[in-house]
Design a protein around this ligand. Structure first.
Ligand code: T4K
Length: 394
């Protein structure tokens, strides 16, 4: 009997924190604990920033980071921004989208907000329940005379159906862009995510596989679009006193770029750690009936950043109850992206849409703690509780 099996027998329903027992973890375990590279390298870069007194406005570290990312993703342009949401807004505006834009409801709310914030109607499409991504079949019926674009989201880093969406957009004269917030260092048919559609939008938020604390970027092979977005992120300034375009403040600061350059140097290690974590979860969850672990396509590059499980109706404990049980143990599992954007307050009264696959996935989805601070023993303890939940109503 190995350790984890031993714990399964030791763990009983009555010993759970939700029933009055002591929480298994004194400190909370998170989804999205930040990856942090070499702290001495970061400190030295920050010293360089302070010594130079160049803190923002397209500083040298931002330019270096942009060049490294463009090279890493094999794209012509990386336009760094202060966060992924502003990067989405600027990309949407630079592409002159208006009227209606089709997006999945199964995404972080920022995808929808970036449109609505600019007076554009997000039209929510259903997903393929296996991939969690848009499919041409769910999108095609929603195209109307008011549609100007489609935003595909590479949910959990697994690519949206890039080619079929592109064909659909070409047929209808629509702009295609991608929300690639989850997809740094993942691939579609062997090519890194970053160069598809008119542009792709990245998030470098603290909780992402590659972070700049806060930050984001638009990557594209379109020279004109990149030049326009560079103007737009800096109030439209072309040199001192010369405003040539409407714009906003979307600039990345040097401290974020220092973090990004440092973290890029350790990204291979972060992804290797994610893969080990994912594989460990897989060996345990694959033995369970009633909880399934989402797969990553082994023929593609993956960042293994999200540990996504599905709690089926045959599981003895419901997904919502399981989240409460885990939370009481200080295991902060999440229901991302429950209940779906179309059911969130700003949207639910405006749109009467029926998205059965989104609703079903939202009912079952469970995102488990991950990241560099999680030990194999932590994963075993989490999985012991999952195992108990499959056989007994907790
Ligand atoms: N598109 C998609 C598909 C996205 O997923 C996102 C962001 C965006 C666009 C927008 O990009 P940004 O504008 O954010 O660059 C979190 C993140 O805040 C958000 O960036 C992310 N998606 C989303 C999926 O997750 P919350 O509201 O759930 O975050 P929060 O504060 O609950 O943090 C998550 C966990 O991480 C917590 O358990 C605490 C832990 N944590 C968090 C931070 C910030 C840490 O341990 N340390 C930290 O510094 O949205």
């Amino acid at each position: 009997m190995n350790n984890s099996q031993l714990k399964v027998t030791e763990l009983t329903r009555d010993s759970l924190a939700i029933h009055g027992g002591t929480p298994r973890f004194a400190e909370p375990l998170h989804v999205g604990r930040p990856n942090i590279g070499d702290q001495a390298r970061f400190a030295s870069r920050m010293q360089q920033v302070l010594d130079s007194r160049w803190l923002t406005n397209n500083g040298p570290l931002v330019q270096e980071l942009e060049a490294r990312i463009a090279n890493d993703l094999d794209v012509r342009h990386c336009v760094a921004m202060c966060n992924g949401t502003i990067a989405l807004e600027i990309a949407i505006r630079a592409l002159q989208l208006h009227g209606e834009v089709i997006i999945p409801s199964w995404t972080f709310i920022a995808t929808a907000h970036a449109l609505a914030w600019q007076g554009i109607t997000p039209v929510f499409a259903d997903i393929d329940p296996d991939t969690h991504n848009l499919s041409v079949d769910t999108v095609r019926p929603l195209i109307s005379p008011r549609t100007t674009g489609i935003i595909g989201v590479h949910v959990w880093g697994r690519p949206a159906p890039v080619e079929s969406l592109q064909t659909l957009c070409d047929e209808h004269g629509l702009s295609l862009l991608f929300d690639a917030a989850h997809a740094y260092r993942t691939s579609y048919r062997g090519r890194r995510i970053g160069g598809f559609g008119r542009c792709e939008v990245l998030s470098f938020h603290a909780t992402k596989v590659f972070n700049t604390m806060e930050g984001g970027a638009v990557v594209t092979n379109d020279d004109e679009l990149a030049a326009k977005m560079r103007l737009m992120r800096n109030f439209g300034f072309a040199g001192f006193d010369n405003v040539v375009h409407p714009g906003t403040n979307g600039k990345m600061i040097e401290a974020s770029a220092a973090m990004g350059l440092t973290n890029l140097e350790s990204l291979d290690d972060f992804i290797a750690a994610n893969r080990r974590c994912y594989n460990h979860y897989a060996t345990r969850i694959d033995a369970l009936r009633g909880i399934d672990l989402m797969r990553y396509d082994p023929s593609e590059e993956n960042n293994f950043h999200y540990i996504v499980a599905s709690v089926s109706d045959t599981c003895a404990t419901s997904r919502d109850r399981l989240v409460d049980v885990l939370t009481a143990e200080n295991i902060l599992a999440r229901k991302y992206f429950w209940p779906g954007c179309h059911r969130m307050l700003p949207y639910r009264d405006k749109y009467d849409v029926d998205l059965p696959h989104t609703d079903a996935v939202a009912r079952r989805n469970l995102v488990l703690p991950s990241g560099p601070t999680l030990s194999p023993d932590d994963i075993d303890q989490i999985c012991d509780i999952l195992a108990l939940a499959t056989v007994e109503a907790l």
